[in-house]
Ligand binder design. Structure first.
Ligand SMILES: O=P(O)(O)OC[C@H]1O[C@@H](O)[C@H](O)[C@@H]1O
Length: 313
């Protein structure tokens, strides 16, 4: 039976994952020494086991070393395979050098993960200039997609929706969701001027004024993309939008500011947040069960896609 080991902050998600998949839930201990260095101890026996370390990688820097140490300890103590289950995968947006001298952080981050784990499983990584995780990661990387779950939630909760993408790159989710919900869709156009500054152009939406706009995006970070899109929809006389995101990072005042202009905001539980309404554990459990049964899937075949917006978008 697989052993699920949560890194701090991922305990509830890991418990759901273990329950969904019928896996054993283990424990590890971490703390800091007085000098600030990390201490990691595996409290479950990993020898001869397939071990899944569960760690959402939102705001990864403070906890990253203990994750690498935990993976190393699992291998050292005889685990047959060590998988990283990261519902949110970090450092995907700095995928090119936008200004001279910048570190293209997606690459060294992928190298570090690849050297510590045997496999990676994640949900909707921000693939923009990389066509698939196989371009970046040297280990088998399985990508799962949340669009069917977003569609299920919208179909159950929002009558008469208009599915809206805030930029062209969100088109993949928008099309997949609109087709499943059986609703019309529209894509707006975004120009990013800075980390917290975006402009959104909107076509004439007068004919959709009787529908509830549902804004869909992969990531909400500063929230500016969704806030600006919502503002433009309101200018056009549409009702307050519902915002549905895969990864709700909601930096600083993003959530409070977006709340001012939205009817409702929901996210998947890839990043722990009060907006979590869509559970990912069942699809991740199915992916882990497939590994166990020797049907691992591969990252390109699992549907990795290009065309999503980058950090610069
Ligand atoms: O506008 P914020 O919330 O900062 O950033 C999120 C946006 O930036 C893009 O990379 C994402 O795909 C999303 O559209």
């Amino acid at each position: 039976m697989r052993l699920i080991l949560p890194l701090p902050g991922n305990e509830a998600f890991a418990a759901q994952l273990a329950k969904s998949g019928g896996f054993e839930l283990g424990k590890l201990e971490t703390r800091h020494f007085p000098d600030g260095e990390s201490y990691v101890r595996l409290l479950s026996d990993v020898a001869g086991r397939s071990v899944d370390l569960v760690c959402s990688l939102a705001r990864p820097d403070p906890g990253f070393l203990r994750l690498i140490f935990a993976a190393d300890a699992a291998r050292d103590l005889g685990a047959t395979e060590v998988t990283l289950v990261a519902p949110y995968l970090a450092y995907m947006r700095q995928d090119r050098r936008f200004a001279p001298g910048e570190a293209v952080t997606s690459r060294p981050f992928a190298r570090l993960i690849s050297s510590s784990f045997d496999r990676l499983v994640t949900v909707d990584p921000h693939l923009h200039r990389y066509p698939s995780l196989a371009e970046l990661y040297a280990i088998p990387a399985r990508t799962l997609h949340a669009a069917p779950l977003l569609a299920e939630w919208i179909a159950a909760e929002i009558p008469h929706p208009l599915i809206v993408g805030p930029d062209e790159e969100s088109g993949q989710w928008v099309e997949a969701v609109a087709a499943r919900v059986g609703a019309p869709s529209v894509l707006l156009r975004k120009i990013r001027r800075g980390d917290r500054k975006v402009e959104i152009e909107v076509p004439d939406l007068a004919k959709w004024r009787d529908r509830r706009p549902v804004l869909i995006d992969d990531i909400a970070s500063s929230g500016r993309t969704l806030i600006e899109a919502a503002r433009q929809l309101r200018h056009q006389g549409l009702p307050r939008p519902v915002c549905v995101v895969v990864h709700g990072l909601f930096a600083g005042d993003a959530f409070a500011d977006l709340t001012q202009i939205s009817e409702r905001i929901v996210s998947t539980d890839s990043v722990l947040h009060t907006s979590n309404a869509i559970k990912l554990a069942p699809i991740l459990a199915t992916a882990l069960q497939a590994f166990q049964a020797g049907r691992p899937g591969s990252s390109p075949a699992a549907g990795d896609r290009s065309g999503e917006p980058g950090q610069g978008n």
